[in-house]
Design a protein. Structure first.
Lengths: 546, 422
């Protein structure tokens, strides 16, 4: 096995994604803050995660939950200040937890001083920091991403009397990355945080950095050049820091963002996520195997990031029309659950609060190739509120206790930035960290256990994968291998008990050891290896030759 | 106990892995390596176009092919999709069973219905690899009524030219219609569909080894459905392409298989049909069947010669089957000049009914009775050629309906002969 390279830490990470605003409020103003988050680091360390991905915490008018940044080098006063952030960072590192922050490069808020200057007059020096046009017909045919709210990728600026380009909301003008000054400014922003000690950036909306006539304005070679230049600077000045790409594209298209190991270190595997849900609903491994077999190899230093749920809708852009219809019908029969091209629901409600299915999906997440991301609250099975508008329904306060405001804040409940979930099924009275800590068999403790197991075997984070294809299609089985370390994973995707015969002849003589109970199973021989699985059950076996 | 284990362990293991399904399409094969690939493709297309969300399986039941037909069935075609490679939501299973070393329609169909029952299929269809123009839409048209509209038996409707399917049009359909009271044209068919309920009903019956049923068990299943008051319908498929000369059964074998089967079904269900009067239409999906024009087939004179020589050769047998009056009339028409020959419709129906009653009474060996019908049928066939040489498809349609009416009109005579002691 290759010697351990500390700079590849992101390959072994289990990332916990959270929003400062909704995690823990220290000062009783109803809004989460860095001081509150810092007090929860012991919880996160105990959970077993080793990296935190923070949603945007910059000053912002908050018209897109912070993805409309008005100042890149400061902290939104509601969440604290830069000193609070530094303290948080130090405390996280003290617990061996790395910190990944958002870097929204593609666009700013229209309230950012850069845009305010740019729109002030056509000859302002910052004018060329954004993309302007006298007509709204340029880049015709480029798709609109937020189809529910935007009619065009152009918006009329009443001050400078011209159109500006925006791939997302109209209050988020796209920066002009053809302008070297913009590229330099963004690097300075990154340096600001790198010097402080952050471990990585999740770069938002990467495919859209550069525009060209006659193209889709996505994934252009010029965009890759911007990334490569950035990466080069990063490696030279800050080795061991990581760039994670948000590129909601097919794997073959995302592959380019890894370059030759000289662009992003990691990228999200967007198409896999809906297919994990689909596979469980269909009770058929086909969607998962199909997409992973289409996933190209990536450079050794790179890694896919995989996830079940996040702060956005469960995006259905990377599925076929037929699959999308199926997903909607299966998981979002109430129209209020749908937004843009996706489903605004959390993991537990999507799985109808079926603990077995939640565990199965987490088992898949933590055993398939890639760095897993756990969205805050999913480790305890939090619910959502689809009536909060936009995607705020999956961004409700973390449920710490069964007490006042779920232990999130001491503020008057009416003052909270978002109401806590309070229905009888998912409400904080029944679903909270405090009560689950005390129950040995709670989802929280189960999650801790499975993360601990994953963290104990680097084969999960760095190993190869070989799919076994038993004729029972309801069973998804694969062998992860790293050097001499081998793990057999067998998942029953169906709601009924299944028997499966696995062809394990190439592992003849190995003894499967079930990894959670450490029980020995019969030695593998020449005959098909017969296993029976309860509904939604999964096994992780360490294969040992003794 | 051997009877309880007609499904092999390997086949059961395959079924176990498939698990519960919504739909099953079966392909009985015997050395169909050249065409079975197309059949599989049509089924997969149909599944993907029409049943994308449903749990499906393709089942091949093979009668001992030596040309690797089952291997071709099981071959994966890989991903035929777009650049994104997504072809269907679910796994389309392919299961194959070699049920015997030589072809047996009954064993094949019994395996199919057993699989459908074990997999709890809501609907199943059977298609033939010999149907060279099988299309995805055919499969959908067969499955939909059973799957979506709760029908238990779905018979096909085809476009045929006026000289195609004469045994069905002039004998099997009108007689089965008169006897069992349902207007279903093609109960003897290569393509049809069934519900899980009908599969379970038929699987439970101990008739699969019956000699007269073995060759055309699909008709017995259809009639079982009809007589169990299950919901039956017809669904339009498209043009039925005649098999290449020499590939289908010859006329003797066809008569033995179908008429022997029909007579046996009359006996099996005699408690049900004796009291039936008239017939009822069944729901039809899509256009109705269609008859098209066609050039006159060659070799008609030989058909008449075979009729005449057959009647002469069977003069020791026919009197024990037919009533004296009927036999005399048969002899009379056999002596006519070929150009003036006519086989009167009334006589044709009476003759058939007397054959059926003779079969019931087993006046001689049953197989001999059925074979004795072959030359008589040839006479009817020759008469059809003469009478309808210039008939339009519409006229043939009208005459066909008149013939059906005659079968129904004379049914009391069948009942009377059937009940007669000797």
């Amino acid at each position: 096995m290759a010697p351990y390279d500390e700079n590849l830490w992101y390959k072994d990470a289990v990332i916990y994604q959270l929003h400062v605003r909704t995690f823990s409020d220290s000062d009783g103003d109803g809004i989460g803050d860095f001081r509150g988050l810092t007090t929860r680091l012991d919880y996160l360390q105990d959970l077993g995660i080793n990296a935190i991905w923070l949603l945007p915490f910059y000053p912002s008018p908050l018209r897109d939950d912070g993805y409309d940044i008005a100042d890149y080098t400061s902290v939104n006063p509601s969440y604290g200040n830069v000193e609070d952030f530094k303290t948080f960072l130090t405390e996280a590192h003290r617990r061996h937890i790395r910190v990944i922050i958002e870097m929204v490069m593609n666009h700013t808020s229209d309230q950012h001083p850069w845009f305010q200057e740019a729109r002030s007059s056509r000859d302002n020096p910052k004018r060329d920091w954004y993309v302007w046009s006298d007509t709204d017909t340029r880049y015709q045919g480029v798709r609109i991403i937020f189809v529910d709210t935007e009619m065009s990728n152009w918006a009329w600026d009443t001050i400078s009397k011209s159109y500006y380009w925006h791939r997302f909301f109209s209050h988020q003008p796209d920066l002009n990355f053809d302008n070297p000054a913009v590229r330099e400014a963004m690097w300075e922003v990154m340096r600001f945080w790198l010097d402080m000690g952050v471990d990585g950036f999740r770069l938002d909306a990467v495919p859209y950095l550069v525009e060209r006539d006659g193209t889709s304005c996505e994934n252009l070679p010029e965009t890759h050049k911007v990334i490569r230049d950035l990466r080069k600077r990063l490696d030279q000045a800050y080795p061991g820091k990581m760039l994670l790409a948000e590129a909601n594209q097919w794997p073959t298209d995302v592959r380019a963002y890894f370059g030759d190991g000289d662009e992003f270190h990691m990228a999200f595997h967007f198409p896999l996520m809906p297919r994990m849900f689909m596979a469980v609903k269909l009770e058929d491994r086909k969607p998962i195997i199909e997409i992973l077999e289409q996933t190209p190899q990536i450079p050794d230093s790179c890694q896919w990031c995989i996830f079940l749920r996040n702060h956005d809708e469960l995006t259905l852009e990377m599925v076929t029309d037929i699959e999308r219809d199926y997903m909607y019908d299966s998981f979002a029969n109430d129209k209020a659950m749908r937004i843009n091209v996706g489903i605004r629901r959390r993991l537990a409600p999507i799985m109808e609060n079926d603990r077995r299915r939640v565990e199965l999906l987490n088992g898949l997440l933590l055993s398939m190739p890639g760095t897993p991301i756990i969205y805050y609250g999913d480790e305890i099975g939090m619910g959502d509120n689809i009536y909060l508008g936009d995607r705020n329904g999956v961004r409700t306060p973390m449920q710490w206790t069964g007490g006042w405001n779920a232990g999130f804040s001491s503020a008057d409940p009416e003052r909270l930035n978002a109401p806590v979930i309070s229905n009888p099924v998912y409400g904080y009275q029944s679903i909270n960290v405090d009560s689950q800590r005390r129950s040995e068999h709670s989802l929280l403790n189960w999650t801790k256990s499975v993360i601990r197991t994953r963290n104990s075997f680097r084969v999960f984070s760095r190993g190869s994968i070989e799919f076994l294809k038993p004729i029972n299609h309801r069973v998804l089985a694969y062998v992860r291998q790293l050097g001499e370390e081998r793990v057999l994973v067998v998942n029953n995707l169906s709601s009924s008990a299944q028997a499966v015969e696995l062809d394990l002849r190439s592992y003849k003589g190995y003894i499967p050891i079930e990894m959670f109970g450490r029980n020995l199973f019969p030695r593998i021989g020449d005959l098909p290896y017969l296993l029976t699985l309860a509904p939604y059950q999964f096994f992780w076996f360490r294969l040992r030759r003794i | 106990m051997a009877e309880d284990t007609f499904l092999g362990d390997d086949f059961l293991r395959q079924l176990m892995s498939v698990g519960e399904v919504d739909l099953l399409v079966a392909i009985p094969t015997f050395n169909n390596a050249e065409t079975v690939g197309q059949t599989i493709q049509a089924i997969e297309e149909s599944y993907q176009q029409n049943f994308i969300r449903d749990r499906v399986v393709i089942l091949n039941v093979d009668g001992g092919s030596t040309d690797k037909t089952p291997e071709i069935v099981c071959q994966s075609d890989g991903h035929r999709g777009t650049g994104r490679g997504i072809t269907s939501l679910r796994t389309v299973h392919r299961v194959t069973s070699k049920y015997a070393e030589s072809p047996s329609p009954a064993k094949a169909l019994r395996t199919v219905v057993a699989a459908a029952d074990l997999l709890r299929a809501k609907a199943g269809a059977v298609v033939s690899p010999n149907t060279v123009n099988l299309e995805a839409s055919w499969i959908a048209n067969l499955l939909r009524p059973a799957y979506r509209q709760d029908f238990d038996y779905v018979a096909p409707l085809y476009v045929r030219n006026k000289y195609q399917g004469l045994l069905a049009r002039n004998l099997l359909y009108p007689m089965a219609r008169a006897v069992f009271g349902r207007q279903i044209r093609e109960v003897y068919s290569d393509e049809w569909a069934f519900s899980g309920r009908l599969a379970a009903e038929c699987l439970a019956q101990n008739i699969w080894n019956d000699e007269a049923i073995r060759a055309r068990p699909e008709a017995w299943m259809a009639i079982t459905g009809i007589r169990s008051n299950m919901k039956c319908c017809q669904s339009f498929l498209g043009p039925k392409v005649a098999p290449a000369p020499g590939t289908g059964p010859d006329i003797v074998e066809a008569v033995r298989q179908t008429i022997g089967n029909l007579f046996r079904c009359l006996e099996i269900y005699q408690d049900d049909w004796l009291a039936i009067d008239g017939s009822q239409a069944v729901p039809t999906f899509g256009p109705d069947h269609e008859i098209t024009s066609a050039p006159k087939p060659a070799g008609q004179e030989k058909v008449f010669d075979l009729f005449r020589s057959g009647v002469d050769g069977l003069k020791s047998v026919l009197p024990s089957i037919l009533g004296p009056d009927t036999y005399t009339k048969i002899q009379d028409i056999a002596s006519l000049e070929p150009a003036k020959f006519r086989f009167p419709m009334e006589l044709w129906v009476t003759t058939l009914y007397e054959f059926a009653a003779a079969y019931h009474r087993t006046v001689i060996a049953r197989d001999h009775i059925v074979q004795a019908l072959v030359p008589i049928y040839r006479g009817s066939l020759y008469s059809f050629f003469l009478e309808h040489a210039d008939s339009s498809p519409d006229q043939i349609e009208v005459d066909s309906e008149i013939l059906c009416g005659e079968f129904e009109r004379q049914k009391p005579y069948l009942v009377e002969r059937w009940k007669a002691k000797s």
